[in-house]
Ligand binder design. Structure first.
Ligand code: NDP
Length: 257
């Protein structure tokens, strides 16, 4: 494999376990020669990630705690990265959260608090992270987030998360304009459904997999490794002419009416 990210420092946010999309991404970036810096929220995720890294013989350049619900925590995390690593070239934002009760039933039942929480963690966090990360991207860089088709279409039970993903995708475009002049690109990967811890929280989400296998042009579901390679494209120079984009990695499902 061509080492597309040799000598590049990339921050990966959002590995909870082996099934996490961010773990698929970590493997692709490692194979491409990147130096990986991880952020975790929960101690449990930190422990799972440490074991995974050991099992796969991957050495993290740094692991820091970061709860994107707190500006202070984001400041601290990127402050520590600046101190210990210096320049970074990319950020993978693979984070979302909504209350389980808001991921089923009628969207109009979403509470004000539930709506704000989903938007805070799943959309605003990209804005806050971009602001902190750009300070360290003095050689230019690339920021990639993870979104889902529920932002464009009504997907049953996805509800408030679909609306938060729409805000996330619009944020990608506004941020791309802000930081483009600094040589920083911002893009999103819109993955097909993958069985992860977060996906379990969406009522009936796993059933969508069989619909993809039946209806998508490629007639197969998507996995973390496919998303990993698409994210690698966005982080590498191969995508140097692309920003503000949402790339569907969903076996082509989104083109089907
Ligand atoms: P995971 O549950 O594996 O990952 C979600 C991550 O979000 C966890 O690592 C979790 O950290 C992190 N997180 C949640 N709240 C916070 C917070 N306040 N601060 C910091 N981190 C936080 O699920 P996925 O891999 O599926 O999800 C990753 C991204 O991919 C999400 O944006 C999701 O919406 C998106 N996506 C998923 C699809 C799927 O089918 N699975 C399809 C399309 C997009 P911790 O465990 O430490 O709490």
């Amino acid at each position: 494999m061509v080492k597309l990210l040799e000598g590049k420092n990339i921050v990966i946010m959002g590995v909870a376990n082996e099934r996490s999309i961010a773990w698929g991404i970590a493997k692709s970036l490692h194979r491409a020669g990147a130096q990986l810096i991880f952020t975790n929220r929960q101690e449990r995720s930190y422990k799972k990630l440490s074991k995974l890294l050991e099992k796969h013989n991957i050495k993290a350049k740094l692991m820091v705690n970061c709860d994107v619900a707190s500006d202070e925590s984001i400041q601290q995390a990127f402050g520590q990265i600046k101190e210990e690593v210096g320049v970074i070239h990319g950020v993978v934002h693979s984070i979302a959260f909504a209350n389980r009760e808001d991921l089923k039933g009628a969207f109009y039942d979403t509470t004000r608090d539930g709506f704000l929480l989903a938007h805070d963690i799943s959309a605003y966090s990209l804005v806050a992270v971009t602001k902190a990360a750009r300070e360290l991207m003095t050689e230019g860089g690339s920021i990639v987030t993870q979104t889902y088709l529920g932002s464009e279409r009504v997907m049953r039970n996805y509800n408030v998360m679909g609306v938060a993903k729409a805000a996330l995708e619009a944020s990608v475009r506004y941020l791309a304009e802000d930081v483009g002049k600094e040589g920083i690109r911002v893009n999103a990967v819109s993955s097909g459904p993958i069985r992860t811890l977060s996906a379990k929280g969406v009522s009936g989400f796993n059933d969508i997999n069989s619909i993809i296998e039946e209806k998508a042009p490629l007639r197969r579901s998507v996995d973390q490794d496919q998303v990993g390679d698409a994210t690698l494209f966005f982080l590498s120079d191969l995508s140097r002419g692309v920003t503000g984009e949402v790339l569907h990695v969903d076996s082509g499902y989104h083109i089907i009416g």
